[in-house]
Design a binder for this molecule. Structure first.
Ligand code: PNW
Length: 453
């Protein structure tokens, strides 16, 4: 295949998450999530912003789906709000919430856009955090799989693609590993190393249980995967010895999550490093953690550069230079080759046959210009360059099947609130009016022509 073009069946999409866009935080019987509570406590979020209104996707979904259709999206990746379905996290269901997502999914289907549902994108029911400490307690596994079961029973006749959990690495470590500092996630706890590793274990176990619950209750054969922000190890210099070192680093640095899920075990290097703080687990649990997946999704934003070294592990992380460019977030350093190496290493290490880039994008300082247009030139430059790496993956025959831009529209960027704009559409946060940015025009043309334009 010719580089710079994409096969007709290559899937182009865009992604969002419920708490970041929906708003309607207490409407139609919805319960409260940890993010509702956290964002209402002064000091947790920049400028004390909150997601009460979000970008009102809950009410404006028809308009937003019309925008998706204009873009030509093949698929839309969005998450369900657990507390719309189970206001208390478990037990009684909320029919109005169930009906809402039916209408939402129907509207997508009517417009020829595949719904790709994420079960959990961080908005844990507050009731479960209060009752037993959320992911710190093994009880979460039971409640999460009951939630997955309900979702499969309700929606799996209409929806065939499901993600269990978005980014173990981000939310577990930020919820329980950092304490009360800026950019920690609710409940901003700082537990012992042992408890943190145990929470990580509960998360991968809950993922595996949800895979089984989705399959057991599915009304059609489903495609099930996850969306993880792996530590994207890439060789700084592409020679065989550094590539081998980066591959090894990729497996080891993702040991608690991605590697555990793909291999159904915790690798020795991880267990040895954690020693007495390693999680407690059984063989049966690890079989569940390693439940076979239909696809792997990675949220890819930046690279961690690796070189071979003479240390016992055989690799070392290369520090970024002080002037290394960043795109709107301190962690979002320029590192496009992650889009190439993540699918390649996933295939080489774990024989992944269907790989999707489930988030990719940047925050930029967008505003309407004198003519009302939003000239987000750096987003176009960055994404165009990123797609060069996507086409390299395809040209070399690695099994990359699709790409989702983060995000469909500007939204609530967690602790940074509305101060960071990741969208393809600009949102005026006072009027909630949407305007496609120049990058939306660019992406639309890419999708239409199936080539980098
Ligand atoms: C992802 N990091 O978060 C999330 O899935 C989205 O909800 C979020 O809006 C988007 O990326 C942009 O931030 C990340 O520190 C947060 O490496 C932090 C990191 C990576 C991803």
């Amino acid at each position: 295949m010719t580089p710079r073009t994409f096969p007709q069946d290559f899937l182009f999409g865009a992604a969002t998450a419920a708490y970041q866009v929906e708003g309607a935080w207490n409407e139609d019987g919805k319960g409260v999530s940890v993010w509702d509570v956290f964002s209402h406590q002064p000091g947790n979020i920049l400028n004390d912003y909150n997601g009460d209104i979000g970008v009102d996707h809950y009410h404006r979904y028809k308009e937003d789906i019309a925008f998706m259709k204009w873009l030509g999206l093949d698929a839309y990746r969005f998450s369900l709000s657990w507390t719309r379905l189970f206001p208390e996290g478990r037990g009684a269901v909320n029919q109005k919430g169930i009906d809402y997502y039916h209408r939402f999914i129907d509207e997508l289907l009517k417009n020829g856009i595949e719904p790709w549902i994420t079960l959990f994108h961080w908005d844990l029911p507050q009731a479960l955090e209060d009752e037993y400490g959320g992911w710190r307690n093994r009880k979460i596994v039971v409640d999460f799989s009951a939630y997955a079961e309900l979702v499969a029973r309700e929606y799996s006749d209409k929806v065939s693609h499901f993600f269990t959990i978005n980014e173990f690495l981000c939310f577990i470590d930020k919820c329980y590993g950092m304490g009360k500092v800026f950019d920690a996630f609710p409940p901003a706890a700082c537990v012992s190393r042992k408890e943190l590793n145990q929470a990580r274990h509960h998360a991968v176990l809950a993922h595996g249980m949800a895979v089984e619950a989705l399959r057991a209750n599915a009304k059609q054969p489903l495609q099930i995967g996850l969306a993880e922000n792996v530590v994207t190890c890439v060789p700084l210099i592409e020679t065989e010895e550094h590539i081998d070192a980066a591959r090894k680093a990729f497996r080891q640095m993702n040991a608690p999550y991605m590697t555990a899920v793909m291999e159904g075990c915790y690798i020795d290097a991880y267990l040895e490093k954690e020693g007495a703080d390693a999680p407690s687990f059984t063989d049966d649990e690890m079989n569940v953690v390693g439940a076979p997946l239909d696809f792997v999704g990675n949220n890819l934003y930046f690279s961690v550069y690796i070189e071979k070294s003479d240390t016992p592990c055989g690799y070392r992380e290369v520090p970024l230079s002080r002037s290394h460019p960043r795109f709107g977030m301190s962690w979002l350093s320029f590192g496009q080759s992650s889009l190439y190496w993540a699918p390649r290493f996933s295939q080489e290490l774990w024989d992944v046959k269907n790989f999707y880039i489930t988030e990719n994008g940047c925050a930029s300082d967008d505003f309407p210009s004198y003519d009302g247009k939003i000239y987000d030139t750096e987003r176009i430059a960055l994404l165009r360059g990123n797609l060069e790496h996507v086409s390299r993956v395809l040209a070399e025959g690695y099994p990359l099947k699709g790409y989702f831009a983060w995000s469909l529209l500007d939204n609530f960027e967690w602790c940074y609130g509305y101060s960071r704009r990741f969208g393809l559409a600009y949102v005026n946060f006072s009027t909630l009016e949407r305007t496609p940015k120049m990058s939306a025009h660019w992406y639309r043309q890419v999708i239409r022509e199936r080539r980098i334009v």
